[in-house]
Design a binder for this molecule. Sequence first.
Ligand code: SF4
Ligand code: SF4
Length: 454
Amino acid sequence: MNYELKNKQTFAGGIHPKSAEKLAKDCKIEPFPVPKQVAVMLSQHIGAICKPLVKKGDDVKIGQKIGETDAFVSAAVHSPVNGKVKDIALQSHVVAGRSKAIIIETDLENNPQKQLCKDKFNENFSAEKYSAEEICNAVNEAGIVGLGGAGFPTRVKLEPNPRLPKKTLIINGCECEPCITGDYRIMLEWTNQMIAGVKLAKKASGCSDVFIGIEDNKPKAIKTIIETLEKSSNNEKIKVVPLETKYPQGGERQLIKAVLGINVPTGGIPPMLGVVVLNVATAAAIAEAVVEKAPLTHRVVTITGKTIAKPANYYVPIGTAVNELLEFAGGVTEKSAKVVLGGPMMGIAIADLTTPVTKTTGAVTVLTKQEIGKAKFACQQTACIRCGRCLEVCPEHLNPTKIAHAVKNDMLDVAEDYYIKACIECGCCSYICPANIEVAGYIKTGKIFLARQK
Ligand code: SF4
Ligand code: SF4
C-alpha cells in the first residue's frame, strides 16, 4: 500500500502554532510507579456523576468497580490499585473546581505495577469471534470514555441506534495540540493493540467504512500503521488518511470535514451523518477491555514543557496527583509559570497541583512566562483594529470579534445570535489577534454565563 503526502486533506481555517515542539515524541511509554494514594473522581466524563459503591474503610482491589450510576450517559469508575478507602471527599477538579472523589491509600507491598498489554496482540487479530453485544458490554463494564479529551462514554457512541444508523468510523490520530505525544507513541508502540480496537469498534458499531486520520507531521506513525495493515488480512478495509498538519485538525468536526469532505451542521452531531469518531487511545482501551476484560484504570499521559527536566509519556494510574507526575519528571523550576492539564492551546490551567489525573487527562504541560504571553496580554492589549484575522482562522466560520464584543458588553442575546454556542474553544482567534485581545477567553466566559442563566 502506498501513501501520498501531497495534496493532503484538511479543513478551512486553523493555525500553525510556532512553538509546537513535541519534546516527548521520542520517549517510549513507561509504566508509572504505583503512587501512595490515588483520588478517583466520581465525575470523569460527560453525563451523570457516579455514585460510590464503596465506603470509608473498605478494602479495594485493582480493577474493582467503585462507582457507577444507572444513567444512560455515564461510565463506571474502577480502582487502579489494591488498597483501603481512606475517604470519600471533595478534591480539586479541573473543570468543576471541586468534586467528589474516592481516596484510596495504596497497599504498597501488594501492588504490582500494571504491565502494558500491547504484546498480547498481533496482526492476525480478528474481531469475528466477538458479537457486537459482547463488545458493547465489555466497553460499558470497563468504563471507557473518549480518551482524546471529550470524555463521552464510548458505549453510547458504539451501540446500535435504529434512528441514527452508523456508516463511517473515523479514528482520530491527529493529536494536533502542540507538545502532546501520547497518541503518537500509542500509534508507534501499540499498533497491533490499537488496530485490534479499531476492528472491534467497527464490529460493534456496524460501520462499513473505516478511516484512520493522521497529520502528516507523523510520517513514522503513518508508515507503521500502513505496514501493519499490509501484514494483516485487513478484511475490514481500514484506510489510512494523511492529513495536513494544522491546528485544530483533531477537532471532531474538523476531522470529519478533512476525511469525508462533509460539514457537520451547526448545532448538529456526527451521528446525524452516520459518523462515529474515536481517538487512537480509546481504540487501544477497547481492545484491552474486550480481550483482557480489563477496566480503564490507567492511561497514557504526556509530561512536557521546556522547564521539565525529563519530558515523558507515562502509563499512569488514574487518580495519581499531578505533583507526583511532575516530581518524577524532574520537578518544576522557578521558570515555570503555569501548569495546564492538556496542551497549550486548549488545556486548562490548574492552581492546585494535587489535582488528580482523570480519564480525560492526556497531558500535563508546564509553560514559561514567554509561552503564555503574560507580559503581552497584561501590557500591550489594544483596541480591535478590525483586521478580520480571527474570522479567517476560525474553523467554525464564526465572527469571534463580534461575539467577544457582545459578551464584553453584557449582550448575551446578541452573542447567541452570532452562534456563540458553536464555538469549539480552540483558541485560534486569540492566538492570531495582533491586538492581543483574549477573544476566546471572552467567548468561553460568555458560554459559562449562558449555561448559568439556563
Ligand atoms: S471563535 Fe471559538 S471556534 Fe472560532 S477561533 Fe475562536 S475559539 Fe476557535
Ligand atoms: S484578530 Fe483581533 S484585531 Fe483583528 S478583528 Fe479579530 S479581534 Fe479584532
